[in-house]
Each structure stands twice: as structure tokens, then as C-alpha cells.
Design a protein around this ligand. Structure first.
Ligand code: SF4
Length: 433
């Protein structure tokens, strides 16, 4: 039996090879996964032209996935350096790479990614249109915006962020609302500016059905962008954010009617006490479509540490419904991330994702922690390094501070509680002097 997209296959009762791989990874039955894909609560981004893809499922009942943003820019044009970052990100466990290239031969890099990289590949065609057409924003035509979407689909991109939620009506409400930090989404600000300068409707909203036809043809998952995501604590949960979310909910159903897989993008900056409610509202308005959050950053005041502000928010968001975390690095709000920034961002996101998976009681999530605590109890340092989320750092820290007795660490020395309890319960005396 033939099918167009993973969702179309699932609705027809077909279990695709991608579903088989994902079900095995998630330790759930293929049939349970097929039902989630058919319903739309799980997306398996898998462009038919991305033949080296190692597929992953994204949905609240599956393990939380993380995305790493990379790509060439005017200040960092070396494709080999960017490809090295891609390889390290995948080796560190990133399930998805978003290519946000904004300078140079972006198609060459994009095609190299879909030819070589097994991670899910995402793009934001709106950024690329600016580079590709290399002309004033207001001179880009509606057809040209759509042509870029088709080009990315042909190049094998698995998911695309499309800022289709900010139409003329939501833009008007945004202008009346006088937000503290306006629009902080790069794509959102570009399309809002284009609409203001041309007086035209958002082409991604007006021609949403044409975009769906392209996505259906290649099985591109649409990530419905949140142009009005709050860019500061003050704007969190405001009328612009919620109004756009309602539009995204309507577009979700239209996409599902054509069997196009959907992910919804979300905040942004958000205080701790609003996160759970926000996740639940998204789940009801968008009927359980996977939620992809850009943080949320729980405070505005920690530049240099926003991987931490985002990990706190991400852990809570993923516990209450988000299924996909966009990593945030210490460089957020400050500069283009270096390789070290990228590593810190990935580790912070992975901690948030795993913490949420434990809280959600997902199969196998606690097992990792159980094994680590067993190694810790046995003072099995090699075992601890092997199980550490960042083995290299764990090993380096131990090596940089050598204890007098190898069965302790330099924190407590002979007063090591673990060592002494093992001794006393093993019938031996405890010597602390
Ligand atoms: S010395 Fe202290 S910190 Fe180090 S392993 Fe023993 S109990 Fe833990």
C-alpha cells in the first residue's frame, strides 16, 4: 500500500520503517506509536530525500528531544567548522540540527547536511530567502517566499519553521498591545516588516494550502513558528502570544486534514509559575500537537548563563507537555556560540530533557539514574564516567583534584560517607584520622 506522509501511512494502518526504528528506541509497541502518529500527537520528521536519516519521534509520550541551532553567518562562514560542530552535536546526543545559515552558499551547506547527517534537519526558509534573493525585503514577492519553501523541501529538509501565525489580524492586535519587547523572533520580525512595508497578507498564512501541498509531497513536517513568543518576562502570556497560538491551532487542523505532520513552536521568556498552564493551553488549543519550546527562559537577568535559565524552564515545560527543546547556549543574547558554548548548551538541554523524562515516568528513564547511583555507591569512578551525561568533564574534574585515598574524593577525604558506610555495613572499622 502506498502513502504520502508518515501521518498518512499511520492513518492507513501502515507501519513504516521509520516507525519501527522509533518504536524500538522508545521501548513502546509499533502499534501504539502508529496510533500517536495517526492522531498527530507524535511527528516523525523524515523528508523522503533525506535518505541517511536516523529517525526520531517527537511527542509528549516519547522521550524529550533536543535541537541544536547551527549554520554559517557573515562572521563565521567556514562550512567545515560548522560541519565539525554538527558532528560534535550529533555525537553528544542532539536528535535534531536546525540549519540557520544566513550567509554564503546556504544551499551547498544544506545539501551537505541532508547528504551526510543522520540527525533530523530543520530550517527556517524565511532566513534563507533573504540570502538567496539578496534584495530589499519589500521586493521579495509572495511567489518567491513560496519558492524557497519548495527548494528546502527538495533539498531534503525534515522540518521547516514557517511563521504563518502572524496574519494581518494578529499583527493589528500586536500593534495595539504595545508589548514591552515587541517581536523578538527573527523570522517573525522579518515577515511582520514585510507585511507592514507591502501592505500584503502574510504569504505563509494566505497560501498555507500551497505550503501544505509541498510538505505533503516530500513529507516535510511543519513547525509553526511563534513570531509573537514573549521576549521578556513582562510579555509572557500576553494577548499577542495567545492570539497567535489560536491561529496556530486552526492551522494545525488544516495541516492534519492534508496529513501533513505538525510541531508548534512556543516560548520564549516565561516565569516559572506560568509554564505549566501555558503547556496545557497549547495542548488543548493545538489538540496535542508536539510542542517545541525555545527555552522557556525563566528570568531575563542572566546573560552568560541562559543555558541554565532555559534548562530550568525546559525541564518544567517538558514535564507538562513540551516534547522538543531548542537548546540555548551561554552565548544567548550576546554573540554567535562557539564550540564550547554549543557543548554547554547541549548538556544543559539534555539534563532538562532527561529530568522531565524521569518526572513523566517514561520507560527506561529512571534506569540510567539507578545505574549511576549504583556506581556511586560502589565508588566505581570509571562506571560513573561512563554513565555521566558529560563523561569528559566528569573525568577531568576528578583528575584535576586527586584525593589522598583513591576510594574517596577531595570533597570529604576519609570522612567520605559512601566509603565509611560501605565499610561499617561490611563489618569493618571506620578510620577517619
Ligand atoms: S568524599 Fe564526599 S563527595 Fe566524595 S564521594 Fe565520598 S561522600 Fe561523595
Amino acid at each position: 500500500m502506498s502513502y504520502t506522509t508518515q501521518k498518512n501511512a499511520a492513518k492507513k494502518g501502515i507501519i513504516t520503517k521509520e516507525m519501527r526504528v522509533v518504536a524500538a528506541k522508545e521501548k513502546i509497541s509499533e502499534e501504539a506509536l502508529r496510533e500517536m502518529v495517526a492522531k498527530g500527537t507524535v511527528a516523525i520528521p523524515a523528508n523522503k530525500n533525506h535518505t541517511c536519516l536516523d529517525p526520531h519521534g517527537i511527542g509528549k509520550d516519547l522521550t524529550t528531544k533536543i535541537n541544536v541551532n547551527l549554520g554559517t553567518s557573515r562572521d563565521c562562514l567556514n562550512m567545515e567548522v560548522e560541519m565539525e560542530k554538527v558532528n560534535s552535536a550529533v555525537a553528544m546526543g542532539a536528535e535534531s540540527i536546525m540549519d540557520l545559515s544566513s550567509f554564503g552558499d546556504t544551499q551547498k551547506f544544506r545539501r551537505a547536511l541532508t547528504a551526510q547527517c543522520p540527525a533530523i534537519i530543520g530550517t527556517v526558509p524565511i532566513y534563507d530567502a533573504i540570502v538567496y534573493y539578496n534584495k530589499d525585503l519589500d521586493k521579495i514577492t509572495t511567489q518567491e517566499w513560496l519558492d524557497i519553501v519548495r527548494m528546502h523541501a527538495e533539498d531534503g529538509v525534515d522540518f521547516m519553521t514557517i511563521h504563518c501565525g502572524i496574519n494581518k489580524a494578529t499583527a493589528e492586535r500586536f500593534k495595539q498591545a504595545h508589548r514591552h519587547t515587541n517581536i523578538v523572533s527573527r523570522g517573525g520580525s522579518l515577515i511582520f516588516s514585510w507585511m507592514e512595508m507591502t501592505g500584503n497578507e502574510n504569504p505563509f498564512y494566505e497560501h498555507f494550502d500551497d505550503i501544505l501541498d509541498i510538505c505533503q509531497q516530500y513529507d516535510v513536517t511543519l513547525s509553526l513558528g511563534d513570531a509573537c513568543r514573549p521576549g521578556c518576562i513582562e510579555d509572557s502570556g500576553d494577548i499577542s502570544q495567545i492570539e497567535e497560538l489560536v491561529t496556530l491551532g486552526e492551522l494545525t487542523q488544516r495541516a492534519w486534514d492534508k496529513d501533513v505532520q505538525i510541531i508548534i513552536e512556543g516560548p520564549g521568556h516565561m516565569p516559572l509559575d506560568q509554564i505549566e498552564a501555558n503547556m496545557r493551553i497549547q495542548q488543548t488549543i493545538c489538540k496535542g500537537a508536539p510542542f517545541y519550546v525555545l527555552g522557556p527562559l525563566v528570568t531575563d537577568v542572566a546573560p552568560g548563563y541562559d543555558h541554565i535559565t532555559a534548562a530550568i524552564g525546559g525541564a518544567i515545560a517538558a514535564t507538562y507537555g513540551a516534547s522538543f527543546l531548542c537548546y540555548v547556549t551561554p552565548a544567548e543574547h550576546l554573540r554567535l556560540p562557539t564550540l564550547d558554548d554549543m557543548k554547554e548548551g547541549i548538556i544543559a538541554s539534555k539534563i532538562a530533557a532527561h529530568a522531565a523524562d524521569i518526572a513523566k515516568g517514561l520507560p527506561g528513564a529512571k534506569e540510567w539514574d539507578y545505574n549511576m547511583s549504583t556506581a556511586r555507591k560502589n565508588l566505581d569512578w570509571e562506571g560513573m564516567f561512563d554513565l555521566a551525561i558529560d563523561p569528559e568533564k566528569a573525568r577531568r574534574y576528578r583528575e584535576e583534584s586527586t584525593p589522598e585515598h583513591s576510594d574517596t574524593c577531595t570533597m570529604c577525604g576519609k570522612m567520605c560517607a559512601v566509603r565509611n558506610m560501605n565499610k561499617i555495613l561490611g563489618g569493618k572499622n571506620v578510620d577517619v584520622i
